[in-house]
Design a binder for this molecule. Structure first.
Ligand code: KIV
Ligand code: ZN
Length: 386
């Protein structure tokens, strides 16, 4: 099996379902061009039947973006598929993403239907979508909570109908990584024809497991991950693109790779955050403002001796600013000396201890220590010590 993992970005579809963060067409094109530069394989550009604005965005993204496949989401309904096909008219490479619920809770309460009927509706949707597009992805919504024997029947039938990619969503973010990995392994082993299609992981983050589940999926045979920049999305969000990409890059033992140009990650994260008016939490892995900041004395001392002691990723790999040594009341002499040196002050070990004691008094009552604080400390020290 090929070791390449395809990156399917759904920032503009599942990601954009965040309340209060809607994007207009111009903003979506800006993000789509950024995703193209990043090297994503597929851009899910929208759910065209949902609104005229979303339809227009898919049309315009299809015109503007040439390298990645442009994908449009539909329910398992002809009108949705007609609309998606129309919106993808200008795409150089296109995909229709259709599907239906697969768990009993969705079948009984959302569709008020039966397993047989939803299966038939799913198959018909794939057959219909194939009239417009060779590349048809099928999603078995809420697969994470579906009966796995029924799910494999559904997957097998839609493969026969012509689906080229099968998405196994953990729609509610319920699965444990072992469970999600085992579900992918089960489908890989039990579905006839699975070797001819690509299995895709689409994991939500309700329990904070979206990234772990996606990695479990690809370790068990899936070869596509659906994700968003900064992990944005409905409720607790989706799998974060930057996390899965950097996990694949950092762990050679996985023997899996993506084609993402990682140095573009940080700037695109900032762009999405700005356009969607969604601050990235400071401790967010890879792209948070503290992801490469060291503030405790023990860590700072180690980091200044060898960055590898406390950093597993060089920030330049993701296009982030160089690592920061942040001064706080938890900082040690090494960090303070590092900052003083950068400002042109040289102290003997004895002098440093004295100025450090003054620094601690200030740091205990100050939220952020600035260069101005350090200059003032140095001047006061000079006045007292000569
Ligand atoms: O989470 C989900 O199940 C989805 C599907 C529509 C693909 O977003
Ligand atoms: Zn989703």
């Amino acid at each position: 099996m090929d070791n390449r993992v395809f990156i399917f970005d759904t920032t503009l579809r599942d990601g954009e379902q965040v309340p209060g963060s809607q994007l207009n067409t111009t903003e979506k094109i800006q993000i789509a061009l950024g995703l193209e530069r990043l090297g994503v394989d597929i851009i899910e550009a929208g759910f065209p039947v949902s609104s005229p604005g979303d339809f227009r965005s898919v049309v315009e993204i299809s015109k503007a973006v040439r390298a990645p496949i442009i994908c449009a989401l539909t329910r398992a309904q002809k009108a949705d598929i007609d609309c998606a096909a129309e919106s993808l008219r200008y795409a150089a490479r296109k995909r229709i993403h259709t599907g239906i619920g697969s768990s009993d809770i969705h079948i009984a309460h959302k569709f008020r239907s039966t397993r047989d009927k939803v299966l038939e509706q799913g198959v018909s949707a794939v057959l219909y979508a194939k009239k417009f597009c060779e590349d048809v992805e099928f999603y078995a919504e809420d697969a994470g909570r579906a009966d796995k024997v029924f799910l494999s029947r559904m997957v097998s039938e839609v493969i026969k109908a012509g689906a080229t990619v099968i998405n196994i969503p953990d729609t509610t973010g319920y699965c444990l990584p072992e469970e999600y990995g085992a579900l992918i392994a089960y489908l890989m082993e039990n579905v006839k024809g699975i070797e001819n299609i690509l299995l895709s992981c689409h994991c939500h983050n309700d329990l904070g497991l979206a990234t772990a589940n996606s990695i479990a999926g690809v370790r068990n045979g899936a070869r596509q991950i659906e994700c968003t920049i900064n992990g944005i999305g409905e409720r607790a969000g989706n799998t974060s693109l930057e996390e899965v990409v950097m996990i694949l890059k950092s762990h050679a033992s996985l023997n899996l790779y993506s084609n993402i140009e990682t140095t573009g990650i940080y700037s695109l994260s900032q762009l999405v955050s700005r356009l969607m008016n969604m601050t990235v939490q400071p401790n967010k892995a890879i792209v948070g403002s503290n992801a490469f900041a060291h503030s405790s004395g023990i860590h700072q001392d180690g980091f200044l001796k060898h960055s590898g002691t406390y950093e597993i990723i060089d920030p330049s790999t993701v296009g982030a600013d160089p690592s920061r040594i942040v001064l706080s009341a938890r900082s040690g002499r090494a960090a303070l000396n590092h900052h003083f040196k950068a400002l042109g002050y040289e102290y003997s070990p004895e002098e440093l201890t004295k100025v450090y004691n003054q620094f601690l008094i200030l740091a205990d009552t100050t939220k952020a220590i600035t260069q101005d604080h350090l200059h003032k400390l140095a001047e006061e020290f000079k006045a007292v010590e000569g």
